[in-house]
Design a protein around this ligand. Sequence first.
Ligand code: HAM
Length: 386
Amino acid sequence: MFSAFNFQEIRPPVLEDASLFTRSLGESTEVVQKQMFLIRREEDVYALRPEATASVVRAYIENNLDKTSGFAKLYYLGPMFRAERPQKGRLRQFHHLGCEVIGSGNPLVDVEVVSLAEALLKAFSISGYRIELNSIGCPEDKKKLSEKLHKELKKAVRALCDDCQRRFETNRLRILDCKNETCKDAVAKLDIGDSCLCSECGEHFSRVRAGLENLGIRYEWNPHLVRGLDYYTRTVFEFKHSGLGSQDALGAGGRYDTLVADLGGPRLGAIGFAFGIERLLLASSQGEFDGPQGKLTYVISLGEEPARQAALILKELRMAGIACDTDYESRSLKGALRRANDLKARYVVILGQDELHKGVVVLKDMSSGQQKEIKPSELARELAEV
Ligand code: HAM
């Protein structure tokens, strides 16, 4: 899917200078305050990366990608680490499947990024999700929103949870997405809308919305959606799934138009998202993706000489890119077929003494039950066609 959208893979390191995250995610964010795994070595402090956006931007700047490739469309997949209390859908080591587009502020890029995220969910056969969208505007607009919250929540501060009382001083926007019931009630009374957006950010947001509507992508505008990391500007979004319980975000992202310059690079617009792979697995209907299992060919050999022949067949099929496996536990034919069934194999290749003498194998289609004899040399072509 990433290739279809013309993205290239980037593999940032798991360890980064801790200050990279402090500078980009923000000193007062939960991730920086409470969730970073830190490693001290002599004078230096490193962090097991809690996310990859900051690393991708660092790599972009360090490798002068603005000069060599300018507009960059990059995706990544790998482990992230956050010191949280583990529960369903929340782990200390989890995995992101994410992407970053660096080099443009065009609202059509926002539309492409959201449509890529949706295309991935469709490719994983995940349904029952909803997209929440908002614009928090440029840094000036964020300041206006923060001042507005100061004015409107001043009298209610004491009633807010301990975290929000602290956030009221350090990071007011975060009060908007607090999960505490009292805070939610206080926030529900606020009329925020898009009143804090300047005319350019308002225009940008309307163009993102129009672009999504043009593609038939359904979303809900949630004026309270602010996201938990400080680098965001303008468009922010979350993919939520009701089957996930309290950790209901499958993935999330947004624009970060000031981060590249803040980390020492040129002034460039950028946007990205990340899905939590474990949450994708929880939400996918079969509890697992359609991996090679759906197309697996299971090779069963009966006897020593057939096993030698089977090893050659496995080698040839794998070289041809056909997913296959075999029974190493010398089960009976019945037992091996049961194993093939458990593995959801699409085809089974059976090779016994009789077939060996005739110079054929039996190819069985597990969904129809039909089987036929075929020469081993024709197997790869036959299986590649299905
Ligand atoms: P995030 O919202 O912190 O965003 O994480 C993205 C997704 O990672 C979440 O929606 C969730 O599915 C998953 N996730 C987060 N923490 C955990 C955890 N402890 N256990 C399991 N899954 C988790 C970011 O990290 C941004 N870097 C996304 C982004 C990319 N924004 C722009 N570009």
